[in-house]
Design a binder for this molecule. Sequence first.
Ligand code: ADP
Ligand code: MG
Length: 345
Amino acid sequence: RAVLRELTEMMMKNLDIPDTESLSPPVPSTYQKRYLKKIMDLGEGHFGKVTLYKYDPTNDDTGELVAVKVLKQESGCVAEGLMKEIEILKSLDHINIVKYKGCCTEPGRTEVQLIMEYLPMGSLRDYLPKTKVSVCQCLMYAQQICQGMDYLHSKRYVHRDLAARNVLVENNSLVKIGDFGLTKHIPEGEIYYRVREDGDSPVFWYAIECLKESKFSFASDVWSFGVTLYEILTRCDNRQSPPTVCCLNLHMRQFKYSTPLEFLIWPLYFIPPPQKFYEMMGEAQGQITTMIIIDLLMKNMRLPCPRDCPHEVTLDIMKNQSLLNQHCWQSLKFDPDFPVNRYGC
Ligand code: ADP
Ligand code: MG
């Protein structure tokens, strides 16, 4: 909320803020698979695949456009993950969170489809590199993400995968948070969720305490917000972005790569050793890479200031050294004597 306040103050100096009041609650409907007509693929992430369909029960092309998410692997426990995502999304209603429309299951089949509103401009990761976007607009997107996250946290959910690839663009003045596949509920009275289950994680967006102790809290989402803000301000320029292709299984401490390792080079955190060395390391490379990231973060190394980023943003939001010492990338101890950390989380 404090990040939101600061961003709003910065924006007030520059532009009118659009009305982002919540709209009326969604009316979930039952969808039948046979009326879904495929239009095109929209994108895929580490876990799911999203496709654009027209839902056209009257078969006269007057149907609505919907985005439909299915999982890439259809194993029992993975399908359970999508069911959880559906339950979470169903319970959310905010202008800056993608709207749930319904789900589609077929009798006798395990496949589940999540049906949501279609956002025509895709993710910020796809949109920003090919669109001319001013710093002011960037701050407006950041502000809207904060509003969505503030709402999500008010429902005691931690997103755990906040990144430009998971922020969807409705039009040039409205963005919405999507992908609740890793989202967890933090029960009242508790401050973090400790991840014990297997699964790949986007480590470059994770706070130190997530990497070291698998502890996820509202404050760790604030760290990921800082990385997302960095992505937005660099317009998701590939040369400056974290490697999205790389996911770490925190439990097993193993990396999985879907492209050649040379693409892993993210000069901001570390420069990987030559390919051959990686091959020789085998499975240990995951552990070593995590240790390198943790070590660099512990030495207080952080992402640099994006090129045309206003100084206030870098100083006040990302790396503030003020009295309160609150910024997105501060290290954090879960200490009941110091409850205020990373913007009061
Ligand atoms: P995963 O859980 O595999 O990461 P996501 O839910 O993030 O899957 O979706 C993958 C990609 O599909 C997104 O990065 C985005 O490009 C696209 N996408 C997802 N939802 C929508 C939507 N509602 N409208 C348009 N594109 C979408
Ligand atoms: Mg995703």
